[in-house]
Design a protein around this ligand. Structure first.
Ligand SMILES: [Cu+2]
Length: 140
């Protein structure tokens, strides 16, 4: 008799604890779903500050990579120095910079538009040489 009662009590306890763990698993699953759809994942994060030092010699950038990559929304700073006087023109963003030989010059802008944009050298009049650099703005 007492054995039967004990086993019955045990079985009830087992069922109870199973239900509890089920409820806990359910709550965990809901928390995971809420975390996945938090609005924070949708809101654009503020852009980073990206600085590039670029050295132009004989009309060419000496940096190993002639394509620089940034993210949409970044604050971009292109610090130029050249061995001759020249005018630089970042197409698309339409940022222009006149450099004197051996003097630093900086282009500063926010990368608000995605795409691939050339930086051309203007030496005389409207003559366009092949781009010295490409700026790639990738989506966030
Ligand atoms: Cu141009």
């Amino acid at each position: 008799m007492s054995n039967n009662r004990q086993s019955g009590h045990c079985r009830a306890k087992t069922v109870m604890s199973r239900r509890d763990s089920c409820r806990a698993a359910g709550a965990f699953a809901i928390a995971a779903v809420v975390a996945l759809f938090r609005p924070q994942a949708v809101i654009a994060q503020p852009g980073q500050r990206r600085t590039f030092a670029l050295n132009v010699k004989s009309g060419r950038v000496t940096a190993s990579n002639r394509t620089i990559k940034v993210r949409e929304g970044d604050r971009v700073e292109l610090r130029w120095i050249a061995d001759e006087a020249l005018a630089l023109h970042l197409h698309g963003y339409d940022v222009r910079l006149n450099l004197k030989a051996g003097e630093n010059g900086t282009m500063t802008f926010e990368a608000h538009a995605t795409g691939r944009y050339p930086v051309a050298v203007h030496r005389s009049g409207s003559h366009h040489d092949s781009p010295v650099l490409y700026l790639e703005v990738h989506p966030q």
